[in-house]
Write a protein of this length. Structure first.
Length: 386
């Protein structure tokens, strides 16, 4: 059996639509499980799952809930893996009812620094899809500032929606801040939605953010996908969203407030059809040196792995054996960026040792085993207890 976990109900449903087409040709038995699944349907589904009468179960965090058990789990697929914690990914693998560890496939458009580090240290085999799908064009990314930049961005939106396309506008905040001492008034989605509705009176403007209940959020997203909304103003709640081929413009207010991985994920919401796509990074000025580096990277490349490498340099690799997703690791005998070849050579030596003595029980490996036991006990079990 295969479990496919996605971070949102809309994305899980989108996967289900794709799998349905495959199921007709392959006779696969598939279903979907989310928090919205009715109790009666859920009970029947879980009984079939435990009896191995389902081949593929697609779902959200609901796959991690009590009572979900697979009769013959052989593969776990986690989409947008950066949205899940280390413990959550491990919990899904443990749903195999004690029948051994299933294969694990994690997918993301932007590997988080910890993931990039793990690839070099040997815990993951990597398949890199470094080409655009047929018919897609690279996304043109521009940096703009001040009122002039905002005016140009809104003009671009007006032109594209007049051509039947759609646009996202992302803000770092939901509502205006009441903090008088805030040095810069960051743009908020509520105000910007009203602003765009006033400046582009012919545009149908929608608003979505994390404070909306899931039902309303999904309703707005579906309206945008179906074409009932031209411009969707949002927070980063749309970072992982549905596939909208007609969305060709992404405008990000106060782009210097976002991390590289977030910016790349947001940009990936557009350009999914055959039309040319645009991403405009708006800033108010006065950004930090680190922020300037992030924005320059975004303008220079759409390569997810290059962006991840830059993210790694700025944020650190996270714990290689623990649960921290970012920050400088305590285990640091080399710089992943500068010493890649040396680290890969160390990996080859480690593989050779483990091939000859997987459990490290030979006398010559006793010291290595003791050191490893101490490291794992501190980093893994210490992280769990903390």
């Amino acid at each position: 059996q295969t479990a496919v976990m996605a971070p949102t109900e809309l994305l899980a449903e989108q996967h289900m639509e794709t799998w349905r087409a495959w199921a007709k040709a392959t006779k696969l038995r598939i279903d979907v499980l989310t928090a919205s699944t009715p109790k009666g349907v859920r009970a029947s589904l879980l009984a079939m799952l435990a009896a191995a009468q389902l081949d593929v179960l697609i779902g959200t965090h609901a796959l991690l809930s009590e009572g979900v058990g697979f009769g013959a789990l052989g593969l776990v697929v986690i989409d947008e893996q950066h949205r899940f914690g280390v413990a959550q990914r491990a919990k899904l693998r443990d749903k195999g009812d004690g029948q051994g560890s299933p294969h694990l496939l994690v997918m993301t458009a932007t590997p988080i620094p910890r993931t990039l580090a793990l690839t070099a240290y040997g815990d993951l085999d990597v398949s890199v899809l470094d080409e655009l799908p047929p018919g897609r064009k690279p996304i043109a990314t521009k940096l703009a500032s001040g009122a002039r930049g905002r005016t140009a961005a809104y003009k671009l939106i007006a032109e594209r929606i007049a051509a039947g396309e759609r646009a996202y506008v992302v803000c770092p905040k939901v509502e205006p801040s009441d903090e008088a001492d805030e040095p810069t008034k960051w743009r908020d989605a509520t105000t910007v939605a009203r602003e765009i509705a006033g400046e582009l009176p012919r545009a149908r403007v929608g608003l979505v953010h994390g404070r909306l209940d899931i039902t309303e959020r999904d309703r707005v997203m579906r309206a945008f996908k179906s074409g009932e909304i031209d411009v969707l103003v949002a927070t980063t709640v749309i970072e992982v969203g549905v596939d909208v081929p007609d969305a060709t413009v992404m405008v990000i207010h106060d782009a210097d407030r976002f991390g590289l991985a977030q910016l790349h994920q947001l940009r990936g919401r557009v350009g999914r059809g055959g039309a040319a796509a645009h991403c405009v990074l708006l800033v108010q000025g006065g950004s930090s040196e680190d922020a300037d580096k992030r924005l320059a990277t975004m303008v220079a490349t759409t390569d997810g792995f290059r962006i991840a490498e830059e993210d790694l340099l700025q944020r650190g690799a996270g714990e290689l054996l623990g649960a921290r997703q970012a920050g400088v690791p305590r285990l640091r005998y080399g710089d992943l960026h500068q010493h890649t070849e040396l680290l890969l050579e160390a990996r080859r030596h480690a593989d050779a040792v483990l091939d000859g003595d997987p459990a490290l029980i030979r006398p010559e490996n006793a010291a290595l085993r003791r050191a490893l036991d101490r490291r794992v006990a501190h980093d893994v079990y210490g992280a769990e207890s903390g």
